[in-house]
Design a protein around this ligand. Structure first.
Ligand SMILES: [Zn+2]
Length: 227
């Protein structure tokens, strides 16, 4: 039966919680575009004409400093106008503040998306730092790879053929800073969805496969199934 639903999966969690891995799999199996702020920063800066704005965005990105809300919202809106969301959407690491969460609520209405299913991947700082020090990121599409994936040792992205690199903001000192930063900011977002509904807390220290199975169960409860 043809489904008229337009799921919105939101993946939240500090760096190292496995958002990227879960998002990639959900995207492949549900056939949904994935909106990842890291990847969007690059695309936005390559196409946007305001060079000064783009330099500022790039500098913050490389230092692991969060982008201001209005910048993130501009980038997200830019993405939405250029991508097909008619079957739904996955948001990776957006929203990260209360203001962004409120903006997303507006976008849900504008794009006739279903109420978001928010997967909040919680993890402690030591496990997260350990994980991040062992990951590579695609320099083209920003997908993340763990040592268990064949692409990791090959050094080539299996989605787009881009070179895999260690991200400048994945170095341990910056990771700790990012972790603490995200943790504080995410708390108000967690509270926002706790009040509105749709929040699902997941233990991200569990094996990735187990986390994914839990996500699938929650999706199934809402009538969302892989293709
Ligand atoms: Zn890639």
């Amino acid at each position: 039966m043809e489904s008229l639903s337009r799921p919105l999966f939101v993946l939240l969690g500090p760096p190292g919680s496995g958002k990227g891995t879960q998002g990639k799999r959900l995207s492949q199996e549900f056939g949904l575009p994935i909106m990842s702020v890291g990847g969007m920063v690059r695309v936005f800066c390559d196409t946007h004409t305001d060079r000064m704005l783009c330099e500022e965005i790039r500098a913050r990105y490389e230092k692991g400093i969060p982008q201001p809300d209005e910048v993130v919202i501009t980038i997200v809106r830019d993405y939405l106008t250029k991508h097909d969301t008619s079957r739904g959407l996955i948001a990776d690491a957006f929203p990260l503040t209360l203001l962004e969460a409120e903006a997303l609520t507006d976008m849900v209405a504008e794009y006739a998306l279903d109420a978001p299913l928010v997967f909040f991947l919680s993890i402690d700082i030591d496990t997260a730092t350990e994980r991040i020090s062992h990951r590579k990121v695609c320099s083209e599409c920003s997908r993340t790879f763990t040592p268990s994936e064949a692409a990791y040792s090959a050094g080539i992205c299996d989605a787009c053929g881009g070179a895999l690199i260690i991200r400048p903001d994945d170095h341990p000192d910056i990771v700790r800073h990012r972790f603490e930063e995200y943790h504080t900011r995410l708390e108000e977002v967690r509270e926002y969805y706790e009040k509105r509904g749709g929040l699902h807390m997941l233990d991200a220290t569990a094996p990735s496969e187990q986390v994914y199975v839990t996500i699938l169960e929650i999706c199934a409860q809402k009538g969302y199934y892989p293709q």
